[in-house]
Every structure is written in structure tokens, then in C-alpha cells.
Design a protein around this ligand. Structure first.
Ligand code: AMP
Ligand code: MG
Length: 343
């Protein structure tokens, strides 16, 4: 099954790219000092939908074009994330952020005071933002940050597009603060590592949620709660149980309006079919195939968009064909189970 393309082992590996041919990824990623030439190559790789590790002032980030579904799916594959956490979208500055999210007075104050810097703002996503749905894990919000590191800034400006960049480590491992840490953790899964020396802050950015009326600290970091309160007044701390801000932790999240049933082996005429692989079931009212070739990276890239489409198709219910429980299939199935679980 070509979805096994996700399995990135040590040694020379085949990585199923989407769309187009398969690419050989070298066994050990190249570490390059962040020269003008290396930055130009990094920008070319990102434009081609590939992954580049970049230094930021917090930790090294695994960067990809935030508008490219397949590139964002590749991030989840490289990190071996068992589910789709929303990713932080990096922008050069306020103008870039304003195109992607709705920035209110609070956001404007925090940006003026702390950007560029180790502060991430979760804000409502603009409906027409040119961003992958996967980057927000299907939420209507987006996490935005403008990093202060000169290499990250240079790459953002060269690329001229927002970059999705979670920490450049395998899921559940310690965040990397040197180029060597990235190479140890991600080996063949990253196309180029830009070496900008050790990260000066060394812990992940502060994340503050500005989507509700009350501001909320979701993750502590170098910008402190006291500093946030000095700008905003009251700031709540911790996850808001009433809102799906961290979808990975909720049993039911981004559920479609139509009922969803999993592991379908037959489909009714009034159902919409979320198919996978070369032999989709027949007889559905409408069908969207996540990946006719069985490529799990392609399937992850299409998941949220197709779920939304089928939800609006007029069908009574949605039936999803089985997805293999391996590689990105774990994250896809995690998401489908949440979408199917009773609310
Ligand atoms: P990392 O990408 O590893 O630095 O982690 C990103 C952090 O930001 C995680 O804790 C996410 O849950 C959080 N995050 C990113 N996007 C959103 C969002 N749209 N809503 C809430 N939290 C978010
Ligand atoms: Mg992380």
C-alpha cells in the first residue's frame, strides 16, 4: 500500500509525494549553515511543498507552506502525530497575520508590544484565508506568531507566504533547540535543516487565546502571564472546557451535522461516501475519495475539506470506508472517531 510512504525509517526511504511521483529522501538530513544560498534553497523547497527545519528564538520549527494541504499533511507524517493538533502559522509581521485572522484591539496591543517574539495568538480564522484546513485541524480559529529569529524572519520574507511550523521533533519527544537535535529526531523526514545555532529562548512560545470575550493563556512561555495581564487586564488560565480549543483532547470535535459511521463495507443510496483507496464502494448519493491510490498523506490533506463537502451534500448520513491504522492513518482515524462520536 503506497500509504506506507509515511513510514520513514532510517536508511534511504521512499516517501510517497502528493501529487506526482515518489521522491527519494536522503537518510540523514542535510544541515546547512543559514547562508543566503541555503535560505534560497529552503524557500525553493517550501514552494515545492517540502519540509525545512528552521531556527526560531523558541525552538527549531518544522516549516512548510501553510497554504499547501499536502505539505501540511507531511508535517504530521514527519512528526508521527497520532492526531491532528492545530499548528502555529508563522508570519513575518502584523500585515501577514491580518490577512489570515481577525485581529481585535487585544491582538493589536499584544502585537505592538511582543511581536516579533515568542507569543502566539489564537484568533478567529478569516473564512477566505489562504490556509490549509488541516493547519487549523478543522477549527475556525488560527494560531499566529511572528518569530524574532533573524533566520526565521529571512525565510518568511523570502517565501512570501505563511509557514506552518510546529516544533521539529517527533511527537511526544523533547523539543529541539539545536540543528543536531532536529537531525537526531527527524532523520529522513526533513529535506533541509537550516542551522542558526542554539535557540536563545529554548521553550515553546506562550499561546494566548483571544477568540472568546475573555483572554485565556493556553500555554505558558517566555512572555509571562504577568506581562499579558499588564497589557490585557484579566487573563484566564488553562483550557476552556466549553470550547474545542485543543481538539486533540476532546472526544467529540468538529463533528459534521450529518451522522458519520466508520469502517463502512457497504453504502446506502441516500448516504455520502468518504472513500479511500482504489476500490471505492459503489451506490452512494455522492462520493469523495480521500486517495484513490491509497496514499495516507494525500488522504490527510483532503480529510477536512471532503468531510465538509459531504456534510453539505444533502445526504442523510456519511459513511467512511476503513483507513489503515498505520502512519498518518492513526491521525485520520483519530479524527474520524471524534467526528463520529456522540455529542
Ligand atoms: P507546537 O506547534 O508544537 O508549538 O504546538 C502548538 C500549540 O498551539 C499547541 O499547544 C496547540 O494546541 C496550540 N494551537 C495551535 N493552533 C491552535 C488553535 N487554532 N486553537 C487552539 N490552540 C492552538
Ligand atoms: Mg511541540
Amino acid at each position: 500500500m503506497s500509504g506506507g510512504s509515511f513510514a520513514m525509517r532510517r536508511g534511504s526511504v521512499l516517501c510517497g509525494a502528493m501529487p506526482g511521483p515518489r521522491h527519494i529522501i536522503p537518510a540523514s538530513p542535510r544541515i546547512e549553515p543559514a547562508t543566503v544560498g541555503a535560505l534560497a534553497e529552503a524557500a525553493r523547497l517550501i514552494a515545492a511543498g517540502r519540509l525545512v527545519a528552521m531556527p526560531t528564538e523558541t525552538v527549531y520549527g518544522l516549516a512548510a507552506d501553510a497554504g499547501n494541504d499536502a505539505a501540511v499533511a507531511r508535517i504530521f507524517a514527519a512528526k508521527e502525530r497520532p492526531h491532528f493538533n492545530p499548528l502555529i502559522v508563522h508570519v513575518a509581521g502584523c500585515a501577514g497575520a491580518d490577512r489570515l485572522g481577525r485581529l481585535d484591539d487585544r491582538a493589536a496591543r499584544l502585537i505592538a508590544r511582543f511581536w516579533p517574539g515568542p507569543l502566539t495568538l489564537v484568533v478567529p480564522r478569516r473564512p477566505r484565508a489562504r490556509l490549509s484546513l488541516l493547519v487549523s485541524a478543522g477549527l475556525d480559529t488560527v494560531a499566529l506568531r511572528s518569530p524574532a529569529h533573524p533566520v526565521a524572519q529571512a525565510l518568511l520574507r523570502l517565501c512570501g507566504r505563511p509557514l506552518a511550523a510546529p516544533s521539529a521533533n517527533r511527537s511526544g519527544r523533547i523539543s529541539p533547540t539545536t540543528a543536531g537535535h532536529v537531525a537526531d529526531s527527524l532523520d529522513g523526514a526533513v529535506d533541509l535543516i537550516l542551522d542558526g545555532g542554539p535557540c536563545p529562548v529554548g521553550v515553546e512560545s506562550t499561546v494566548v487565546d483571544l477568540c472568546g470575550e475573555r483572554s485565556r493563556l493556553l500555554r505558558p512561555g517566555a512572555v509571562t502571564l504577568e506581562q499579558l495581564r499588564a497589557e490585557l487586564g484579566e487573563v484566564d488560565v488553562g483550557a476552556d472546557e466549553t470550547r474545542p480549543s485543543s481538539p486533540g483532547q476532546l472526544a467529540s470535535h468538529y463533528a459534521p451535522d450529518r451522522p458519520l459511521r466508520l469502517n463502512a463495507t457497504e453504502v446506502a443510496a441516500d448516504e455520502a461516501l468518504l472513500a479511500f483507496g482504489p476500490a471505492p464502494l459503489t451506490g452512494a448519493l455522492v462520493t469523495r475519495n480521500l486517495s484513490p491510490s491509497g496514499d495516507l498523506i494525500e488522504a490527510a490533506a483532503n480529510l477536512f475539506a471532503y468531510l465538509r463537502e459531504l456534510d453539505r451534500s444533502g445526504a442523510r448520513a456519511i459513511a467512511a470506508m476503513p483507513i489503515p491504522e498505520q502512519g498518518l492513518g492513526l491521525a485520520i482515524n483519530d479524527r474520524l472517531r471524534r467526528a463520529a462520536s456522540p455529542r
